[in-house]
Design a binder for this molecule. Sequence first.
Ligand code: ZN
Length: 319
Amino acid sequence: VTALGGGSGDGTCVALDIGGTKIAAATVTSAGAVRARVSTSTPHTGSSAVLAAAAELVSTLTGGTPPAALGVGSPGVVDTEAGTVRSASDILPGWAGARVVAELGRRCGCPVVVDNDVRVMAVGEARLGAGRAYSDALYVSVGTGIGGAIWRGGQLWRGPHATAGEIAHLLVPAEGPVPCGCGRRDHIEAVASGPAIEAAHALRTGSAGDLRAIAEAMRDGDDVATGVVANAAGLLGRAIAGFVSGIDVEAVIVGGGVSLLGDAFITPLANALRAEVLPPLREIAVHGAHLGADAPLIGAAMIAFERLRRSSTASSVTS
Ligand SMILES: [Zn+2]
């Protein structure tokens, strides 16, 4: 465990959360405590500018001292072996092909590890959050989009094309009020993402309101708001039921901004899921995520600590 020090010391790693609108960096302990944080807006002038801004942010955070290791959560399909981004949506123009590990390693002077942002959140929940008790789980992120990650035997399972857990495109028997990220309307992301819930609510009420306003309306006993949220959650539960039956896990952990609606979202999702899965899975655990808004940073730090453990094991084997 002492080997986890070094660099900036104190047994901390630095986490980077790269998003379409902002980049956040934080110093995080191995227990998941966020010690310090900084953020900046994401440049939209290509991947080099994004990585330069990210490295600058890390330097600001640590006062120029190289961190022990840097863990990065990135949008898109990430090749973790190569440390590059295989494909990315328009959320970050020019991000596909970004050489995250090579560039940030050179600029920050420390070991760097990168994974898809939803996978990173899943690692955080699996190590320190709602997934701690399970070795096989599906993590579902419901926010601006819908993503997922599969935890198998205590480790992330990525699959041969790095798309394992990408559940956004499960077919649903409904047309969404917004298009899925891929353009289709009959995919679960078009029906149950945050923007889809907001659009469905606006269609029903004739007035636009964000998730916060919808949550407030539910608290005031508004049946329309409650029904819109329950409908989206139920369709998501039915869609992932078939998926869960196919991969067989102990638990489903639901994170992302929409999961902050709490039981109003989780309960109809769990009920629909349990009604639709194969009988051996009827008692499957369904939990809201525990790490909240810091999940991307805590998870990114956890993959950095795992990277350090791997290199200390490798050096003790060779020495
Ligand atoms: Zn789709």
